[in-house]
Each structure stands twice: as structure tokens, then as C-alpha cells.
Design a binder for this molecule. Sequence first.
Ligand SMILES: Cc1cc2nc3c(=O)[nH]c(=O)nc-3n(C[C@H](O)[C@H](O)[C@H](O)COP(=O)(O)OP(=O)(O)OC[C@H]3O[C@@H](n4cnc5c(N)ncnc54)[C@H](O)[C@@H]3O)c2cc1C
Length: 464
Amino acid sequence: MYLFIHRKDLRTDDLRAFEALHRRGGADIHLLVIDPAIAAPDRLQTHSGRTFLRAVTRLAADYRQAGRTLHLLHGDPVEITEALLLAMPIAGLVQQADFTPYAVQRDTAVEAICKKHDRGYKTYDDAPLIDLADFGQFARRTEPYKVFTPFYKMWSGYMRQCYAPSGSIRIDDLATVDELESEIETRFRLPAWIDELLVDAAAQEADEPSPQEQLTDFIEGPIADYSRHRDDFAVDAGSGLARWINHGALSPRRIYEAVAELEEAHSWIRQLAWRDFYLMQARQNPDFFTYERQFDFRELSEHHYEAWIHAQTGIPIIDAAMTQLRETGELPNRLRMVTAMFLTKNLRCPFTKGEQYFRRMLADYDHTLNRGGWLWSSSLGYDAAPYFRIMNPVTQSMTHNPSGSYIRKWLPELAHLPDKIIHQPRPEAIVDLKQTRAHAIEVYGRMLRGYEQESASPGTDEPV
Ligand SMILES: Cc1cc2nc3c(=O)[nH]c(=O)nc-3n(C[C@H](O)[C@H](O)[C@H](O)COP(=O)(O)OP(=O)(O)OC[C@H]3O[C@@H](n4cnc5c(N)ncnc54)[C@H](O)[C@@H]3O)c2cc1C
């Protein structure tokens, strides 16, 4: 009997771990741990926390429908693992690999517990579309790519020649253990308040199309106009699938296979390559999660942070975007870049503040992709925006939504303004865009001086 723990793979098909369990045969324990360290009460009430709960209820329903058992426990994954290993005849633990700092620390401890009790421990890196070790060999390099365009070229070649397709084993093909040792059930039982949140989430999901249906709808319709409309934030031509991809509710491989042959999917597939580019950095760029420790942020300040989160900057497109984010948990990619660059450059606030705020707000929050986006905007990390190229939010607004319909929607108090005026800074704007831009270039220039910025083609590789 093996212990399989779901993490960012909340689905019941196309998991490398399922294939391994199937090869071994027998009934296994399938478990999802709600870990208070990352799913604290306040977190589960945010947009990103609610998405997680929605994905959990879908997963539980899929198990039920297949007549299989998914155990849900609440507590420290290390303690839960040890308790299970001591109480049940488990030969080893199988799970998806995860590379965020918390995950690495947690999994190191889990692995040590398995070793201590002389049980097996095996992880599968199912998140990227490419197998990163294999990709390195294919590309004949030991160093990770630091610029997106050559990475993407190689990525495309790899996907054509070496792509490992999705697996056929579904939960129906596996046997699950129905009961855990009763002391464990009691000790790690979900608290009532989580049960209630799950009931609410299930009720919400009942009215929503499934992730798979959303994918099909996207492929049958909007994908054809994706490249034309992606930056048109009033339309937001994105698939809206990130939230499911990030929790693993949709398999990236199945998504890729559904669109790989479609001519019109070309630019959308490129976005999946951006995702792999950041996943690669999380695994292979030792600085990815620690850039903030390498720079002297003393010239930066949190002075305007509150105005930014409360949509009170007086720059209409920024305030409209921050309103949409707070109310819905949604924000089109271009506006993520514009608001992030405004915070880090015009307001000269450390990127980590914005990163933390997005963590709570984004319905599709993902630690790695969020960090990638914030590093890009603050000119840190591989292939980031050059520090001297600062997006002007007014120009961005006029270019991508000339009619101002987006601002009118989210800031109805400005709806009466004519098209030409609506984009302009309000009299109460907290900063002057021109002055703060010039100042940011000086400050970031000083801050980054001496730091090797390895972007070979500055400014060409926007994640668009
Ligand atoms: C500051 C900032 C923060 C961000 N935080 C997150 C985050 O927490 N979670 C998240 O999923 N994405 C994040 N992104 C990337 C991107 O904005 C979202 O993936 C995208 O807007 C999600 O919309 P969608 O589901 O319609 O994706 P689509 O536009 O339909 O794209 C399909 C998929 O491609 C990938 N993708 C798309 N754009 C990017 C990108 N720029 N970088 C990497 N992968 C991409 C995603 O997996 C996405 O689901 C962030 C970007 C920035 C600039």
C-alpha cells in the first residue's frame, strides 16, 4: 500500500503518479491535506483561497463519482505523514514535486520522515509541459535559458520531437483504501469552519462549467481571436484557465494536446511556454525566490502602497484595475503588468509588497507565476523588463482601450468624462508620472548597477 498525496495536481487523470501506482497495483491511500500553514482561515476567504476550495470540492466529487475514496485531513503534512506511516502498513509515499521555498522545506521534512521509518519516497514533476532534465539534454546545455525567445525556440522543437504525451490511467483504474486508522481521522479531522466553506464552494461549483468545459468553450470560440484581443483588457480574451491549471485541476498536457494542431492556437501555446519558462526558473535559477535579499531596497518606500491597494492613486487605469482585482479576483495580464510596474517604478515600492497583495487577491494566484510577473515588472530575474523601460499607464490605457470603457465600468464616477480626458491623471493624482519615471530610472539604475542583467534583447520579450 502506498500513500499518495494530492497537492497542485487536483485532478483524477493524467498524473504520472497514477501511472506508477497502477504499475504497482493494489489499493493505496489517496489523501489531500489542508495545511494551516498555507490555508489559514483568512487566506481561505480570499479570492485565491476560494479558488483552492472550489478545486478541492471538484476533486472530491470526481473521486465520489468514480466510487473511490479521497481522504481530506487538516494539519501539518509532516505530522500527518508520520502518523500514517506509524499506523498503517504503507510501503512509501508518492507525490508531485513542488519547488516553492515552503514546499521544498516541507518536502525535505516529509522525505526525512519516510527515510527515518524506512519507507520509500518518490516525486514526479508533472507541472511543466517539458521534462526539464530531458530538455537540458535536448538543448545540449547545463545552464538554464535566461532569455525567453531562444528558450521558446528550443521549447517548440522539444515539444515537436520529444514531448511525452498524457497518461491514460484515471482514478477509475486505481483502487483506494476506504478507511484510515480511526485515531488519525479524529486527530486530523477538518474543522467545522472548513467543512462549511467546502459546502459553500461546492454550491458555487454546481452552477459553474467544469474546467474541461471551460477549455472546450475557449477552443471553440475565443482562442481564434486571442492574439488580436489579449491586450484589449476591456474584452479580456484570456481563457480564464490559469486558476485550474495552477491547482492542477486541468492537466497542462491535456490542454496542450487539445490545441497543438490548431493554427489559431499558436500565440496561446506561446503563453504556455512562458509558464514553463517561469517553472524552469523556479527549479533552476537559485536566485528566483531570493532576489529581494540581494538588492539594497533602501531607496524604495511603502509610502504609497495603501493608495495603490485602495485604488486611490488618481491614475484612472490603475484605480480601475485595482478595483476589478479587489472585487473579482480577476485582472487581465496587461493590467497586471501595468499596475505592477506602476507600483514598483512610479511609486518605487518594493515588489514584494505587490506580490503579497496579489497573493491574496488573484483568483488564479500561483507563487511561481506571480513571482515571475513581479520580477519581470521590477526588472529583476531572467529576461525582465529593462529598468529604463517603464510603461506609462495613461498611454497603455489609451492604446489598449481608447474608448475608456474599462475605466467607465470599474470607476463609474468617471463615466461621464469624454474619451480623451478619461485616461488622464486626476487632479488628486498622488504622483507625477514623468517625474517619478525619471526618478525610478535613477534609483533602479543605482540599485541594479553591478548586477549583471543578462537580457540579450532588452524589451522584446514581454510576456504577451
Ligand atoms: C505581476 C503579474 C502577476 C502574475 N501573477 C500570476 C499568478 O499568480 N498566476 C498566474 O497563473 N499567472 C500570473 N501572471 C501571468 C498572467 O497574467 C496570467 O497567467 C494570465 O493573465 C491568466 O489569464 P488566463 O487564465 O486567461 O490565461 P491565458 O491568457 O488564457 O493563458 C493561458 C495560460 O498561459 C500561461 N500564461 C499566460 N500568460 C502568462 C505569463 N505572462 N506568464 C506566465 N504564464 C502565462 C498561464 O498558465 C495561463 O493559464 C502574472 C503576471 C504578472 C505580470
